[in-house]
Design a protein. Structure first.
Length: 229
């Protein structure tokens, strides 16, 4: 398993997600103590999809995050570079147009989407800045970006406890519920190595997005960044 530096090899990351696809949603629910459901609701509210809008859900995995947009009447395109994830998603959600795509080379036209969102996937793109620029390219002027990603807890004592949980408790729990527990060692390390809230906002601005802002969820375990094309 590749270590979680920021020079990730796309094939390694793709194989990792292919391996965890079968039990990915269940594992996330257990490891987040059910908080992932709340985080998905927050993403939905931040995107605020309107009927007949076209929404790109990048790093959509099995489509769990995509379904609420379809339920709201938007046309949602779940996109992921893990074929294993897409296969599992298609088994359960035949009506969604699952699309294979590399986050740094999206297979969509310029200015195609009204909104683009990515949850817990930006840090797994080999070049996050390139990924954010691609998201900007495929979003129409005035369109919205919502990034939900693990971040840095704002209260120092809790931050220490959180890091201990990631590195010590998460892998043993993953071994009991995941189809590929070693992958969660990588995921824990990638979370710990990820930039904090302000640094990510600066990266979003560097990619060409306007007025980036963020809101902390669960004490900063997760940050919800928003910006406009």
């Amino acid at each position: 398993m590749a270590r979680a530096d920021l020079d990730k090899q796309p094939n390694d990351v793709r194989r990792m997600f292919d391996a965890v696809a079968k039990r990915y949603d269940v594992t996330n629910d257990v490891l987040s103590l059910g908080q992932d459901r709340r985080w998905r609701r927050e993403v939905f509210d931040a995107v605020a999809p309107r009927r007949d809008e076209l929404v790109l859900d990048l790093a959509a995995g099995t489509g769990t995050s995509s379904q609420p947009f379809a339920d709201a009447g938007a046309t949602v395109v779940p996109c992921d570079f893990s074929l294993g994830m897409l296969r599992v998603g298609k088994q359960h959600r035949l009506h969604l147009p699952f699309t294979a795509g590399d986050g740094t080379k999206l297979p969509f036209a310029d200015d195609a989407f009204d909104a683009v969102t990515i949850s817990f996937g930006l840090r797994n793109i080999v070049e996050p800045l390139a990924g954010l620029r691609e998201m900007r390219r495929v979003t129409r002027p005035g369109g919205r970006l919502v990034v939900c990603e693990f971040s840095h807890p704002t209260w120092a004592p809790f931050r220490t406890v959180y890091v201990e949980y990631l590195m010590k408790a998460l892998p043993p729990i993953a071994r009991t519920v995941s189809s590929s527990p070693d992958a969660y060692v990588y995921l824990a390390e990638s979370i710990r190595a990820w930039p904090d809230q302000r640094a990510l906002a600066d990266l979003i601005a560097e990619a060409g997005w306007q007025r980036p802002e963020w809101r902390n969820l669960s004490g900063g375990i997760v940050a919800l960044h928003r910006a406009t094309a």
